[in-house]
Design a protein around this ligand. Structure first.
Ligand code: ZN
Ligand code: ZN
Length: 283
C-alpha cells in the first residue's frame, strides 16, 4: 500500500537523520523529548479527569472552523519537528511557535479524538456526554501497552516521536503541499526575521551576475547572500522574498511565519540530512 510505504520511508528518513547526531546530541534530544511527552501526557490525563475542563475544551473545539483545527494540529507538528531539526538549523529569532495552554488542551484532545476514531470507527458515534469516559479508557489501556517492560528506553522515547513526525508528513500531503508527486507548491513569504538576518557582502571585482536582473553585481554594499551561498542585489531579492521563501537559483527554503510552509521546510531539512551520501553507506 502507498500509505504504508510512505510511512516506512518517512521513519527511515528520520532514523537516518538521527544517526548523524553525536551521542551527546542524541541523549540531549531524548531528554527533551521524554520530558515533552511526559508533560503532554500529564496535561491530557488531567484534562480527561476534570469534567469542567473537558467540556470547556470540547466546546472550544466545536467552535473552531476546520481551517483553525488544521492549524492547531499543524502548530503541534511544527513544535515537534523543530525539536528534531534544531541540531541542523541555526535558531532563527521570532519564528518560535508559542502555543497557548487552551490551544494545547484543544490540540491534545483533537489528536486523541482522531486516534480513537482511527482505532474504532464506532466509538465516537456514542453521545458526546460519554466521550470523556471512552477517551479515558482508551488512554489507560494504551498506557499499559506503552509501558513495555524490557524495551530500551531510547526506543520508547523515540517511537511515538517518529510516529508524530511521520503523521506530520502525511498531514502535509493531505493539506496539499507534500512537496513531491508533482503537486503545485504553495508560495509563502520569507519570515521578516530571516530576511533581517541575511548578511550583506562586499564583492571584490566584477563579473558575478545577479540571477534576477542579469546585471553584474559591483562593489559596494548592495549585495545580499542567502544561506546557500547564492548572491543577489538587495533591491532584486527583497521583492522576491516578500512573496516566496525559496532561493531563485537552487530553491533552498528560508524560514517562514506560515505554519504549513515552515513544516514543509523543516521536513525538507530532515530529508536532506537523512538522504545525504554519508548516510547511505551500508545500504
Ligand atoms: Zn539584480
Ligand atoms: Zn541558492
Amino acid at each position: 500500500m502507498d500509505e504504508l510505504q510512505l510511512q516506512h520511508d518517512s521513519s527511515e528518513t528520520i532514523m537516518a537523520a538521527l544517526f548523524t547526531l553525536t551521542p551527546c546530541q542524541f541523549s540531549d534530544l531524548r531528554h527533551s523529548l521524554s520530558s515533552d511527552l511526559r508533560r503532554q501526557h500529564h496535561r491530557l490525563c488531567s484534562l480527561l479527569r476534570s469534567t469542567t475542563r473537558f467540556s470547556q475544551t470540547l466546546r472550544h473545539l466545536e467552535a473552531l472552523s476546520l481551517h483553525q483545527k488544521t492549524l492547531l494540529i499543524a502548530r503541534y507538528f511544527l513544535t515537534t519537528l523543530k525539536q528534531l531539526t534544531r541540531f541542523w538549523e541555526a535558531e532563527t529569532p521570532n519564528t518560535s511557535v508559542a502555543v497557548r495552554l487552551r490551544d494545547l488542551d484543544a490540540t491534545l484532545l483533537l489528536m486523541l479524538l482522531c486516534e480513537v476514531h482511527q482505532h474504532d470507527k464506532q466509538a465516537l458515534e456514542r453521545p458526546p456526554a460519554e466521550w470523556r469516559h471512552i477517551l479515558n479508557e482508551y488512554v489507560v489501556s494504551n498506557m499499559l501497552a506503552m509501558a513495555g517492560v524490557g524495551v530500551p528506553s531510547g526506543a520508547i522515547v523515540l517511537s511515538p516521536f517518529i510516529d508524530v513526525a511521520t503523521r506530520c508528513r502525511r498531514f502535509l500531503d493531505a493539506a496539499g503541499c507534500g512537496g513531491g508527486g508533482g503537486k503545485v507548491e504553495r508560495e509563502v513569504a520569507t519570515s521578516a526575521a530571516a530576511v533581517v538576518a541575511l548578511p550583506s557582502v562586499e564583492l571584490c571585482g566584477t563579473g558575478t551576475e545577479c540571477a534576477i536582473c542579469k546585471e553584474a553585481m559591483g562593489g559596494g554594499r548592495d549585495v545580499c547572500e542567502l544561506p546557500c551561498g547564492h548572491m543577489f542585489h538587495w533591491m532584486c531579492i527583497l521583492p522576491w522574498l516578500a512573496k516566496r521563501n525559496t532561493c531563485p537559483c537552487c530553491r533552498l527554503r528560508l524560514p517562514t511565519d506560515d505554519v504549513l510552509g515552515e513544516i514543509e521546510r523543516l521536513w525538507g531539512v530532515l530529508l536532506r540530512i537523512g538522504r545525504s551520501p554519508r548516510n547511505s553507506c551500508g545500504d
